[in-house]
Design a protein around this ligand. Structure first.
Ligand SMILES: [Zn+2]
Length: 181
């Protein structure tokens, strides 16, 4: 079968498919940008090369394709937004089913490792699934993302100053015997 594209054109098409700026990722970026959030893309120094990195929020966002990353293939127990979608987004073909399941599981294992490293370093990891970005879901999805972002931001910036009148250290208080009346 001949390719109607030149090798260079083919390469460009394929790298657009596999690399940056897939459509679901664009939707997330666009929403964030329009709501005043700023971010960086595909930061190589961050484990797993997240699609969107928000350093101010110490947050990494992965926009995952449902099939390749196995949405609903097995229980997602980490970093996923609560399910607000149907479970048919990643139907595995019946032919060569075992091959596909194994492949997807390997992808998932790699994903989970990356998420864990980020998590252990104090990052919030948000996984947004492709199917959560269809028109009827995107607003709810992104509001949840926004809530997670802001909760994490507040947790990061907890005031360190002890309010006046609460200066005793808990250790000193615990060392004293409670008075008897
Ligand atoms: Zn999905």
């Amino acid at each position: 079968m001949t390719d109607r594209l030149t090798p260079e054109q083919r390469h460009r098409v394929m790298s657009r498919i596999h690399g940056k700026a897939t459509k679901p990722e664009l939707k997330v970026r666009q929403w964030l940008w329009q709501h005043g959030y700023r971010y960086r893309l595909n930061v190589k120094s961050v484990p797993g090369k997240p699609d969107i990195v928000m350093r101010r929020y110490r947050t990494a966002i992965f926009v995952n394709g449902c099939f390749w990353h196995g949405h609903h293939v097995e229980t997602q127990n980490f970093a996923s937004l609560p399910a607000i979608t149907n479970s048919s987004c990643c139907k595995i073909p019946q032919t060569n089913r075992e091959f596909w399941v194994n492949k997807i599981k390997r992808n998932q294992e790699r994903d989970q490792k990356n998420y864990q490293v980020l998590h252990d370093n104090g990052w919030l990891v948000i996984v947004v699934w492709e199917c959560q970005l269809v028109p009827k879901c995107i607003e709810e999805t992104m509001l949840r993302v926004e809530l997670m972002l802001n909760e994490h931001f507040l947790a990061l910036h907890q005031p360190k100053v002890v309010p006046y009148g609460f200066q005793e250290t808990p250790a000193a208080m615990a060392a004293e015997k409670p008075p008897h009346y």
